[in-house]
Design a protein around this ligand. Structure first.
Ligand code: HEC
Length: 107
């Protein structure tokens, strides 16, 4: 039946979208260490100009030992900070989680 097929391919499409929104190949578990590694690479590209390559400060503050939860850090990344740090609105959920995990891991 045609309608049934259409529904089936729609759910397949949805499943594919969800897999890519949560990032990467379906079914692969993302470890915190993996997120931190991914976050570090993104940090060098997007954040280092202000926070320094090792996040130890530059124009922006050092991000070591911030004492904030990954959720708070993620929110800062999405919304920016005061007037001094831009909001990073084009990042997907996984990219934000990776950056937050990296910043959170800094000792
Ligand atoms: C244009 C420069 C600039 C860029 C790019 C930038 N930041 Fe910032 N960031 C700042 C400044 C300046 C502050 C401090 C603002 C203040 O305290 O008034 C800040 C603050 C923060 C804070 C909050 C620190 C706290 O005390 O809670 C976090 C977390 C942070 N930045 C992470 C990032 C991450 C991750 C990126 C890359 C996605 C990034 N920043 C990119 C300039 C920048």
């Amino acid at each position: 039946m045609r309608l049934g097929n259409a529904t089936a391919s729609l759910s397949l499409l949805l499943a594919m979208c969800m897999a890519s929104a949560s990032g990467g190949s379906a079914g692969r578990r993302v470890t915190t260490a993996g997120l931190v590694t991914m976050g570090r690479a993104q940090f060098v590209e997007m954040c280092a100009a202000c926070h320094g390559n090792a996040a130890d400060g530059g124009e922006g503050p050092s991000l070591h030992r911030l004492g904030r939860t990954p959720d708070v850090i993620a929110s800062t990344i999405r919304h920016g900070f005061k007037d001094e740090m831009p909001a990073f609105t084009s990042l997907n959920a996984r990219q934000v989680a990776a950056l937050a995990a990296y910043v959170h891991s800094l000792k």
